[in-house]
Ligand binder design. Sequence first.
Ligand code: PHE
Length: 451
Amino acid sequence: MSEQQSIHGIWTKRWTFVLAATGSAVGLGNIWKFPYMAGENGGGAFVLIYLCFIAAIGIPVMLAEILLGRRGRASPINSMHKLADEAQATPFWGGIGWLGAVAGMLILSFYSVVAGWAVSYVYLMASGTFTGQEAEVISGEFGNLVSDPAKLVDWHTVFIAMTVVVVANGIHKGLEMAVQLLMPLLFIMLLLLLGYSMTQEAFTDSLRFLFKVDFGKLTEEAVLSALGHSFFTLSLGMGAIMAYGAYMSRQQSLAATVVTVGVLDTLVAIVAGMVIFTIVFANGLEPGAGPSLMFQTLPIAFSQMPGGVVLGTMFFVLVVAAAWSSAISLAEPAVAWAVETLGMNRGVAALIVGVVAWVLGVACALSLNIWSDVKIFDETIFDFLDKLTTNIMLPLGGLLICIFVAWVMDRAIVRKEVDIDHPTIYKIWFFLVRFVSPVGVAVVMLNKLME
Ligand code: PHE
């Protein structure tokens, strides 16, 4: 296959891919989901397993996924078709792309409900609602939000609209601009909060909670969640990173890129965890509070610090930005496919994907209040979509990607595409993708299934 170009364009600067991939990876998964999952699963042991999955499975799979995108130079569905064709394998490998595009829309639905919460907290913070309030009142505010269907749907709608607008504008005007400025700001804000936490006595309790390993607390469910989350947080297994890889230039080193993205993503999660648990322990809150954790803790810290209104507002603006740059990558695989294959206008395609995710998101939002009795496999609609995508669809996508790259593709092409100069590093990567990742994912998933 000769060198291909993506019809959607190419990232303008070398760094743009790193920024875009980091923008996709760093999001609610790091700031909202990781801390509450660590809290629900007892801390240390979960964190350790998660870090192992990131290093041994996540980062190698990310390399594999970008490689597919950069060689295919198209939307994940079409890239997979082309590459299957090139490898003279069955066109069913295109299924990886389909699975991903669907997973992206499903994730976008509940993701945007949570991002909507963050948008509403920008407003709550800026209006000074929390100033001088007791910790209980502040954490109680979250309950008011979640029990109000109209509010939830309104904020969710705002966020979906924001996502559609950026995706509709294409990768240059839309995606690049959004990440260049906001990602660095988010890092600075988190470091500031870290500085604040370090002045608190509870900081050491927070560290103990996150890093003291007690395997007694680890359940099979927790191991599966850690695996699923390592895919979720790095945006793997559903084509987001593959789609971005299609816009990546040849001059850039894949290995350096994935390590950068992986490390940045992990740092953000760990720092967010350190900050949040400091506030949890300083205020006698529950580490296992679940999805409400971030929204109940951080406003307490802001209400106590000088300049809290401004800092708190800024912080939630940045959380929204982080969620935004992730959401666009959730929509991109489906949108890019519709543009390429159906010849659809980008704006129309973005709108359709947005509407589908909006409808499903409304169901998620209502499942938090008036539809809380509606259960699918014993879970609310919100939890069902979260678990189905995070614990099943993403790891499955990752598994198939590994098999395709390490067992189906021509070895010489893979060697050339990864472009790792160091032979030992290449061998380690190939070994991880050929054996460790697929076996690891299969064992964890089967174990859970046969529970
Ligand atoms: N990685 C994003 C986050 O942590 C979520 C995401 C998942 C984005 C899958 C794209 C694909 O918030």
